[in-house]
Design a protein around this ligand. Structure first.
Ligand SMILES: [Zn+2]
Length: 253
């Protein structure tokens, strides 16, 4: 199994998490960048651990502090052999003071980087589904190497729209929460589904509220497989295959 989205640098003891990967039957972890600084640290981590890959990118909420130079650095870092995508990028409107204009600009600039380098991208979208969709539609020419909706939580209403753009849909522990609708999972082609933890955040039920760990990607996958009424092992095989196809720079060890 692969955890396709984790913030490993947020753990006190990253080494412990990585050492336990084998016991947890985790094949790979994709660490996620959110700033220039942690993108650099993510690369160092990936250099140290064979089974860790990373993304580089600037999170939407930091848009007002981004300098031109930062984007150049992200583009250079993204050429590293262990960088598998640009991310997480996108829009986050959950606080009223967020500056939408700078977020949109930063989002598009990073879509351009992904396209220039032939990399897929990972989208963070919070309270901004209409704008994310509109920007992607207007910039469809930049979606040639894959993209995914990380921690998908826009429900049934938007799923076909994002699928129509050719995107993958990735689910975190949030999909296991009792109040959340899971009925639309059946409408997503199996080869478009990815599963992630977003660890240390968003622990799936029954661990909700506790610090999340990469191995809990299985708890979420199990819940989805149950909802789809398919054999868990088959589902695991399918989503691992999907993850390797999406993050195509991952090399089989
Ligand atoms: Zn994340």
């Amino acid at each position: 199994m692969i955890d396709t989205h984790a913030h490993l640098l947020s753990f006190k003891d990253v080494d412990e998490i990585i050492r336990s990967m084998e016991d947890d039957e985790l094949e790979y972890i994709v660490n996620i960048g959110t700033t220039v600084k942690d993108s650099k640290k993510g690369i160092r981590l990936a250099e140290n651990y064979e089974r860790v890959y990373t993304t580089v990118g600037i999170y939407p909420e930091f848009s007002l502090n981004v300098k031109e130079e930062d984007l150049k650095v992200i583009e250079e870092l993204a050429k590293h052999e262990k960088v598998v995508a640009i991310g997480e990028i996108g829009l986050d409107y959950h606080r009223p003071e967020h500056d939408k204009k700078s977020q949109r600009e930063l989002f598009i600039r990073q879509l351009e980087i992904a396209d220039r380098l032939g990399l897929p991208f990972c989208i963070h979208c919070r309270n901004a589904a209409d704008d994310v969709y509109e920007i992607l539609l207007e910039n469809k020419h930049l979606i040639n190497h894959g993209g995914l909706m990380h921690c998908y939580s826009e429900g049934k209403e938007y799923v076909q729209k994002f699928l129509s753009l050719g995107l993958h849909i990735s689910f975190s522990g949030a999909i296991t929460f009792k109040k959340n609708d899971r009925s639309f999972l059946k409408d997503i082609p199996l080869d478009k589904i990815l599963v992630e933890t977003d660890a240390p955040y968003l622990s799936p039920e029954p661990f909700r509220g506790k610090e999340n760990r990469p191995e809990r990607v299985r708890v979420t996958a199990k819940k989805i497989a149950d909802e789809l009424e398919i054999d868990y092992r088959e589902f695991e095989k399918q989503v691992s295959k999907n993850a390797k196809e999406f993050y195509f720079k991952i090399k089989n060890i």
